[in-house]
Write a protein that binds this ligand. Structure first.
Ligand code: SAH
Length: 241
């Protein structure tokens, strides 16, 4: 069980109401999860958060506070974003049960998973959603679709609990260890240099090229070995230039 809990982190992004942070901690603890990260919460620490945590204050005490999503997910190999909004074909959207399967598979492969939860009023913005591998949407009543943040945390945590009890978690296979988001960022930076040095970026729309390259990498879910190989190739190209 510790193997399961230590590799899944719930990341609450710019939460406005401290009560929701406490309620989210409580929701997580009831499902055996304990890794909580807060990205620039509006009010924190807070007595209200502790009160709403109702005994899950150990999760609050252990929660790390970060000032950017980028640093929050740097070590993760799979990043899932939760969203209330229906989306275009641009991003694959999973129901919580299918998403829980992805999470378990990732952990079995030795990966680390971050699940992002957005702001109460506006959720996660498009750029934040674009930095996720996949999205999760809890199906809701179309006539009343507003789900409270901590309630969304509860649903996702429950599905993880359910699947963790039904699956046999296996040992890590080093060869298939997935690359972290930090490794992928470093590769994209290196690619950026090569595109500038070869003049490619001048020819095209740089922002769009970077966006598509990032999407391509996220879709491919590369192993750290593959990323190392790509680094080597880019180094060789730069040397040649
Ligand atoms: N109007 C906002 C709603 C934000 S609700 C929006 O368009 O996204 C606050 C957070 O709760 C969301 O960012 C998401 O993390 C979670 N949430 C709420 N409803 C959800 C749903 N149906 N499926 C998945 N996550 C949901």
């Amino acid at each position: 069980m510790s193997f399961f809990t230590s590799n899944i982190e719930f990341v609450l992004v710019e939460t406005s109401h401290p009560g929701n942070i406490g309620a989210a901690a409580r929701a997580m603890k009831t499902m055996g999860l304990n890794q909580l990260r807060l990205v620039t919460p509006k009010v924190y620490p807070s007595a209200e958060a502790t009160a709403r945590a109702a005994g899950a204050d150990d999760i609050l005490a252990g929660a790390s506070v970060t000032d950017s999503i980028r640093s929050a997910i740097g070590e993760s190999t799979l990043v899932l974003g939760t969203t209330a909004r229906e989306r275009s074909e641009k991003w694959p959207i999973h129901a919580p049960r299918a998403a829980a399967q992805l999470v378990m598979k990732e952990i079995e492969n030795g990966g680390k998973v971050s699940i992002l939860f957005g702001r109460e009023r506006s959720g996660l913005d498009n750029q934040e959603l674009a930095s996720c591998h996949q999205l999760i949407r809890i199906p809701v009543n179309p006539d009343y679709s507003s789900l409270n943040l901590a309630a969304a945390v509860q649903v996702i945590a429950y599905e993880l609990r359910l699947i963790s009890q039904s699956e046999n978690l296996q040992d890590t296979d080093k060869e298939s260890e997935l690359a972290s988001m930090g490794d992928q960022d470093a590769l994209l930076e290196q690619l950026d240099h090569v595109m500038q040095e070869t003049g490619y970026l001048e020819l095209d729309h740089p922002g769009l090229v970077r966006f598509h390259l990032r999407r391509l990498l996220l879709r491919a879910v590369p192993t750290s070995k593959e990323i190392k190989m790509l680094h080597g190739i880019l180094r060789a190209i730069r040397k040649h230039l």
